[in-house]
Design a protein around this ligand. Structure first.
Ligand code: NAD
Ligand code: GLY
Length: 368
């Protein structure tokens, strides 16, 4: 098992990565579950796959689990589910010193973390991420949020978990498409700042996705280490370091918006294609070689993730896609910062990107 510290002043916590952590939940929580009753939020799919393991782990250690089982899917990150979850925690008389467990993917982690952030002005929570995306990204770093009719993740809080237990066994029941979508976030760490890790992904990505556990452990632990370093440096995304984690997200968000935030394009798939577009746009404006941009596209496309815009079958033009970017929450005094690359492993924040040039670029990509 790998143990990765997230070094936040006054609030450090650990991310444990290994096989069988859910079955050994209570010893890993090291006394944090201080009462018999343990509130645990999950979704119906995760409960079907892992409910019994977690139930037994808690009961065998003398705890009584209180389950809140939510509908799977992005729509669960809503005001209604937030309010109902907070009311449920209040009915359970959860106190600020108690820990709420979040068992699931990014949807459950984001919603439960936000509920914990506002319950009695903040109670503790433990992330038990069960998707690859949640293990390498969303469970670490304390971004919590819900969606509103105005957009995704527009209401939320920074609220750090007190512990993250990433059980690689959970990935065994994850649908293959979800696994691949999460893998995009693994490749992201290579593209942002670690060319060596990008090469590792080129060499081992297919085997990792096919089920090789030691490769998965290496990839998850390496990704978490990269994220922990960035979060420790720039917890609230104020200096620009954390903003690099948004590589591919501005393009990806526009694609998700155009496809109605639906199953047509999962978040990780949008990020995958968004990273390819960021690489190709970087090449277009002379920041990196076209060959390097195509290397990024190959690493993504070769494992079955979308790497060309035309494969989405969109019925819009580049201008319409660029228009979605204007609603991005990263808009800052009329400009939209873009994460671009000066090469693989050399991402940076560009503040002078002209949206009409991006629209023209997207037209060429739609026709590619
Ligand atoms: P998700 O939580 O919707 O999970 C994907 C699907 O897999 C769901 O149907 C879920 O029921 C199912 N599932 C989860 N684990 C399973 C398992 N082990 N076995 C079987 N089925 C399982 O999606 P996600 O990709 O994990 O997360 C996406 C969300 O994360 C988005 O809302 C996004 O905004 C958010 N996000 C947050 C951050 C952050 O820093 N907070 C970062 C990235 C993404
Ligand atoms: N997923 C981006 C971040 O945590 O900052």
């Amino acid at each position: 098992m790998a143990v990765i510290p997230v070094e936040l002043a006054g609030r450090p916590y650990e991310v444990h990565v290994g096989v069988g952590l859910l079955a050994e939940l209570v010893p890993h929580c090291r006394g944090r579950l201080r009462k018999r009753g343990v509130p645990i939020v999950t979704d119906a799919n995760v409960h079907a796959a892992w409910g019994e393991v977690v139930e037994n782990a808690l009961r065998d250690a003398g705890h009584e689990p209180h389950w809140r089982i939510l509908p799977p899917g992005e729509a669960t990150k809503s005001w209604d589910q937030l309010a109902a979850t907070v009311n449920w925690l209040l009915e359970l008389e959860v106190e600020r010193g108690d820990h709420v467990l979040a068992l699931g993917g990014g949807v459950i982690g984001d919603l439960t973390g936000f509920a914990a952030a506002i319950l009695k002005r903040g109670c503790h929570f433990i992330q038990l991420p069960t998707t690859l995306l949640a293990q390498v990204d969303s469970s670490v770093g304390g971004k919590t949020a819900i969606n509103t009719p105005a957009g995704k993740n527009l209401v939320g809080a920074f609220h750090q978990p007190s512990l993250v237990l990433a059980d690689l066994a959970a990935l065994e029941t994850l649908p293959e498409r979800e696994l691949r979508a999460g893998y995009a976030e693994v490749v992201k760490y290579g593209l942002i700042g670690d060319a060596e890790f990008f090469t590792w992904c080129e060499d081992h990505g297919a085997a990792l996705l096919a089920g090789d556990t030691p490769l998965r452990e290496y990839a998850v632990a390496h990704s978490v280490r990269a994220k922990a370093k960035i979060v420790a440096e720039d917890e609230r995304e104020t200096t620009g370091a954390r903003a690099l984690l948004n590589l591919g997200h501005t393009f990806g968000h526009a694609l998700e918006a155009e496809t109605g935030f639906s199953n047509r394009l999962l978040h990780g798939e949008g990020v995958a294609l968004g990273m390819v577009l960021a690489a190709r746009y970087s090449a277009r404006i002379g920041l990196m070689g076209a060959g390097e941009a195509e290397r990024a596209a190959e690493a993504i496309g070769s494992v079955g993730l979308p790497a060309t815009l035309s494969e989405l079958g969109l019925a819009c033009d580049g201008k319409a896609l660029a228009a979605h970017m204007l609603h991005d929450k990263k808009m800052d005094a009329g400009t939209l910062p873009f994460v671009l690359m000066k090469g693989i492993g050399h991402a940076f924040l560009a503040r002078d990107v002209a949206l009409d040039d991006v629209a023209a670029f997207l037209d060429t990509e739609l026709a590619r």
